[in-house]
Structures are given as structure tokens and as C-alpha cells.
Design a protein around this ligand. Structure first.
Ligand code: F3S
Length: 63
């Protein structure tokens, strides 16, 4: 699984980082999220799906 955060959509709601803190990191500058790495470790995939569903801006996508 690969994960992306659309920087145009992300508004810094932080729910993704609460759901999957080992996958998403928040910028100290604007609070926006980005994946630590594009490839999601298998043991983190359920958390990432939860993060996708929780983002109110629909900023996270997985393939
Ligand atoms: Fe951004 Fe959505 Fe996370 S708005 S900080 S990707 S919950």
C-alpha cells in the first residue's frame, strides 16, 4: 500500500496523525500532514485506512 496526502486539501486537522502516528508527520510550520514514507508497512495499513476515513478534507489517498 502507498499513501499520499494532497497538500492542497490538507487543512491540518491532525486526525491522521492521531490514528497512525508512525505513518503521518505534521509540519512544525503549518501543521499540515505528510507521510513519513510513501510505502506503508503492512502492520500499519489498518490504521492508515482509519486515517483516510477520518480526514474531513478527504486529503489522504491510498493505492
Ligand atoms: Fe490534513 Fe486530513 Fe490529516 S486535513 S492533517 S490530512 S486529518
Amino acid at each position: 500500500m502507498k499513501v499520499r496526502v494532497d497538500p492542497e486539501r490538507c487543512q491540518g486537522h491532525t486526525l491522521c496523525a492521531m490514528r497512525a502516528p508512525e505513518v503521518f508527520e505534521l509540519s512544525d510550520i503549518d501543521g499540515h500532514s505528510s507521510p513519513v514514507a510513501e510505502e506503508v508497512p503492512e502492520e500499519q495499513q489498518d490504521r492508515v485506512i482509519d486515517a483516510v476515513r477520518s480526514c474531513p478534507e478527504r486529503a489522504i489517498s491510498v493505492v
